[in-house]
Structures are given as structure tokens and as C-alpha cells.
Write a new protein. Structure first.
Length: 90
């Protein structure tokens, strides 16, 4: 994430905020995520899309609720997100 905000400093604060929230919670389901990030969208294959900085940027994370881990799979502008061909397997 840090590499991305170094290239796109306009989203640094929002990405840091997202990271701090995710690092300090234990979610058991997508519904738990929605309680914190109401605009989050489950796109299948354990992946969730988050709007960053008023939807100027998008972040896709893969969740394993059983093991309690999260992997960031994509960070980019909304336009870059729109160009992803196979979003469920990114």
C-alpha cells in the first residue's frame, strides 16, 4: 500500500485509515465488513471492493474469515478498476 500512495499521495490518508481499521478488527463475515464500510461490495471469490477517497480510488482485498487474514489484491483509480477483465480472480 505504501508503494501506491507514494505514487498517488492524494489517497495516503484514506489508505492509512483503511489499513488501521482492518488491522484492528476481527471480521467473521462480509456482513461484519458492511457494518464498518457500508459502501463495501462483495464481488465473489472471497473478494471485497472498497471505495477509497470518495470513490476516486478502489481497493480489492481477499478475505479468509476462518484464518483471519486479508490480502490486498489491487489498489487503483476507479478508471483502472473499470478496466480489470476478471475482477473475481485478481
Amino acid at each position: 500500500m505504501q508503494e501506491y500512495w507514494k505514487k498517488q499521495p492524494a489517497c495516503e490518508l484514506q489508505l492509512l485509515t483503511w489499513y488501521k481499521v482492518v488491522k484492528n478488527v476481527q471480521w467473521n463475515s462480509f456482513e461484519d465488513i458492511k457494518q464498518v464500510f457500508n459502501s463495501a461490495e462483495h464481488i465473489g471469490n472471497q473478494r471485497v471492493v472498497f471505495n477509497i477517497k470518495g470513490n476516486d480510488y478502489r481497493l480489492i482485498a481477499k478475505f479468509n474469515f476462518t484464518k483471519g487474514w486479508v490480502f490486498v489484491r489491487f489498489i487503483g483509480t476507479h478508471a483502472e478498476y473499470d478496466n480489470i477483465k476478471d475482477i473475481k480472480n485478481i
